[in-house]
Design a protein around this ligand. Structure first.
Ligand code: ATP
Ligand code: FE
Length: 362
């Protein structure tokens, strides 16, 4: 099977073509960093206009790179939600029109299911090596979500924990901005990649005591996350004029990053304590994905936690942790194989709890 995936939920216009035997035939991403950086954050209406401008070219490039025409495709998959309300319709309308004109099946994809399933596209099937077979646990750390899920089967996810306020990626972006970190030219990931680079040069110990771990007292045993207090602690340091030199910036970045990781680790422990012993069908692995999972320290530290429970950690390669069309195309492959198709009349779902996917199975 050959499926095209189209993604316009946030600020990347992307189209990709993948096959059911896990080959990525093409992958085209047109980012909008230069557009949004001067505004200090993503402006949804500007993002939507940029998607409209870029969408046709991105689709043509994805077909050209793969050496295919629309006729060769078995289905067209597209992000339906969750995502920015003005952005989602650009991809969806393009996909619907392509599918309707060429009489191809249309598959509406949940963006977070796609982040979770990417590892099933990118992990080679090697006998004896770990592979993300259901059921697995997945921690999705991205710009809009911090979601700990039990992935039971295709379209069947239970939320074990979510954030009470900011997503971890959102807190990282705002902190990078507060610290005045420069985005790395030519590297995707924007402020997140800049924070990782600064943290690498910094000494985490110096400011660690000033950045208290979230949910340590009252909500110690709750499986959930909170990042806005941490972000405010950084703001207080900046306001107190304690962050002046390059070294100060890097030290704060390192302390902030380490506290984020420790918070995730602590809550992951709680969930694994509960899940590993109580399941009748054992978990196969921990999958960590979403943009923040492209950060090397998050990966190594979370791998160590999973290892304590005998679970391998599986992550997509960093460039496929952030938004991309390949993850949408792959989710399309999985859904096409399961016969889960949609009508040409579907609309976007900017807010779409992942549990609601279960309804479609019935
Ligand atoms: P969602 O998937 O929740 O809808 P999104 O699609 O905007 O949100 P992604 O593209 O999955 O999010 O991830 C973007 C986030 O990942 C941003 O917050 C960005 O700062 C963060 N990020 C990217 N690279 C890194 C990195 N190297 N270290 C830390 N964070 C990073
Ligand atoms: Fe995403």
């Amino acid at each position: 099977l050959i499926v095209m995936g189209i993604e316009t939920s946030c600020d990347d216009t992307s189209a990709a073509i993948v096959t059911s035997d896990r080959k990525i035939l093409s992958e085209v991403v047109r980012g909008q960093q230069d557009l949004h950086q001067p505004m200090g954050g993503i402006v949804p209406t500007l993002a939507s206009l940029a998607h409209s401008r870029n969408m046709p070219g991105v689709i043509c490039d994805a077909l050209d790179q793969a050496g295919l025409t629309v006729q060769d495709l078995d289905a067209i998959a597209v992000t339906r939600g969750p995502g920015l309300p003005p952005c989602l319709p650009v991809g969806l309308n393009a996909a619907k029109t392509l599918a309707a004109v060429h009489k191809k099946p249309l598959i509406g994809v949940h963006h977070m299911e796609a982040h979770a399933l990417t590892a099933r596209l990118t992990t080679p099937l090697v006998t004896g090596d770990p592979w993300p077979e259901f059921p697995f646990m997945t921690l999705l750390i991205s710009g809009g979500h911090t979601l700990l899920l039990s992935a039971n089967s295709l379209g069947d996810y239970d939320t074990l924990g979510t954030t009470q306020d900011n997503a971890v990626g959102e807190a990282i972006d705002k902190t990078a901005r507060l610290l005045g970190l420069k985005w790395l030219p030519g590297r995707r990931g924007g402020p997140g990649a800049a924070l990782e680079a600064a943290a690498l040069k910094g000494d985490p110990e110096r400011f660690l005591g000033r950045l208290p771990m979230p949910m340590l007292q009252r909500n110690k045993s709750v499986i959930g996350f909170s990042f806005s207090g941490l972000k405010s602690s950084v703001m207080r340091l900046v306001e107190a004029e304690e962050v002046n030199t390059e070294k100060d910036m890097c030290d704060v970045a390192a302390a902030f990053q380490l506290t984020c990781i420790r918070h995730l680790e602590q809550k992951l422990h709680l969930a694994l304590d509960l899940e590993v012993n109580q399941r009748h069908k054992p978990l196969t692995c921990l999958v960590v994905s979403g943009g923040v999972a492209s950060n090397a320290l998050f990966r190594t530290r979370l791998e160590a936690v999973a290892g304590m429970y005998g679970l391998p950690l599986i992550c997509p390669p960093p460039q496929l942790c952030t938004d991309n069309g390949a993850m949408i195309a792959w989710t399309g492959v999985e859904r096409l194989r399961a016969g889960l198709l949609d009508d040409y009349t579907i609309t976007t779902l900017p807010r779409w709890p992942i549990e609601d996917l279960k309804d479609k199975q019935n």
